[in-house]
Design a protein. Structure first.
Length: 334
């Protein structure tokens, strides 16, 4: 539940920037990608790649030899954790290095915001974390049966792939969003000139077109794609952890799919209720929980970490940020 709330809070912050059409796409096409793509096809693809099997053989294995299929997915965990861990780590680093008006942990966030002025600092730090992970945890990666294996090369390649995915998808989304903003600023400028020329006032809210109508076009498409990759990164630990309950691929997809629909419903609720605007530090708590999850994923390459630990970390951080938001609102009211 705590990881689902982390996911929903972050998704809500991004989904609120999209227009109504792309919000519907998130609930329709996005749920198909989440359920059938990440929860059903993704483990099969991972098994096919890691075990060097044909996709049809991986499907047959998932349906007929569930124990062996579980072993192969468990053995692929280092590459999954490295990819997802690096993607989530970049989200956390870019957040804490950005200079924001609202600061939850001021003594920590103010110096980090100043450090964020250094170009590519988050990428350099993430690569440093990956290098340490590959030379320590990956050298004795946990495998099925309690054995350990050297997965240094696999972790390095998967971590770099996660970093590149974040940079490409996030970069394209930001690029097209910037172009859209410049286009709307240009339209607003022309309307201002027309208003000055003929005295006709512009409709209320036109200057804020981007926030009033939301992102559209290619900017919205890449933001939507970013949301799907983000959801995939959050689901990595869930896909692996599901094997503790069942190794039936169909039951696993159904259970994880229900969880995906819950996350999307919660995301839309947060957007429509304006929760992130009302509780100003909630997004901070969710991002700190993301940073903790990223480090836990990387550490899980070598160590088996109980899901209760992961959940408690998320609950603690989100609960603390919520309480801080309540206190902030009371102080503002006074």
């Amino acid at each position: 539940m705590s990881l689902s709330f982390d996911n929903a809070v972050i998704n809500a912050g991004i989904l609120g920037r999209l227009n109504a059409f792309w919000q519907r796409m998130f609930l329709t096409v996005g749920i198909l990608i989440a359920v059938f793509g990440m929860r059903l096809l993704f483990p099969i693809v991972i098994v096919a790649i890691s075990a060097r099997l044909a996709p049809t053989d991986a499907v047959r294995l998932a349906l007929t030899d569930k124990a062996r299929y579980q072993e192969l997915v468990t053995d692929a965990h280092p590459s999954i954790a490295a990819f997802g861990g690096m993607f989530l780590l970049m989200i956390f680093l870019d957040f804490v290095f950005e200079d924001r008006e609202a600061k939850w942990l001021g003594r920590l966030e103010r110096p980090l915001a100043r450090l964020g002025r250094i170009d590519m600092l988050s990428v350099c730090l993430a690569l440093g974390v990956l290098l340490v992970t590959a030379t320590t945890f990956a050298a004795h990666a946990h495998q099925h049966g309690g054995v350990h294996a050297d997965k240094t090369e696999t972790v390095l390649l998967s971590g770099i792939a996660g970093l590149i995915t974040y940079l490409v998808v996030g970069g394209l989304s930001g690029f097209f969003e910037g172009r859209l903003a410049r286009t709307q600023d240009g339209d607003a400028g022309r309307e201002d000139r027309e208003r000055d020329g003929n005295g006709a006032g512009r409709p209320s809210g036109a200057a804020g077109g981007r926030t009033a109508t939301g992102l559209a076009g290619r900017a919205a498409f890449f933001t939507f794609l970013y949301l799907e990759v983000l959801d995939a990164s959050f689901s990595f630990d869930g896909v692996i952890g599901a094997f503790a309950i069942t190794n039936d691929i169909v039951l696993m997809a159904l259970g994880l799919g229900i969880g995906a629909m819950y996350v999307r419903s919660l995301t839309v609720y947060l957007v429509r209720q304006g929760t992130l605007d009302e509780y100003v530090y909630l997004e901070h708590g969710a991002h700190y929980a993301i940073g903790a999850l990223a480090l836990i994923l990387l550490a899980s390459i070598r160590y088996q970490i109980n899901d209760i630990v992961t959940g408690l970390v998320g609950v603690t951080l989100i609960g603390a940020s919520f309480w801080s938001s309540v206190r902030h609102n009371r102080a503002a009211a006074r």
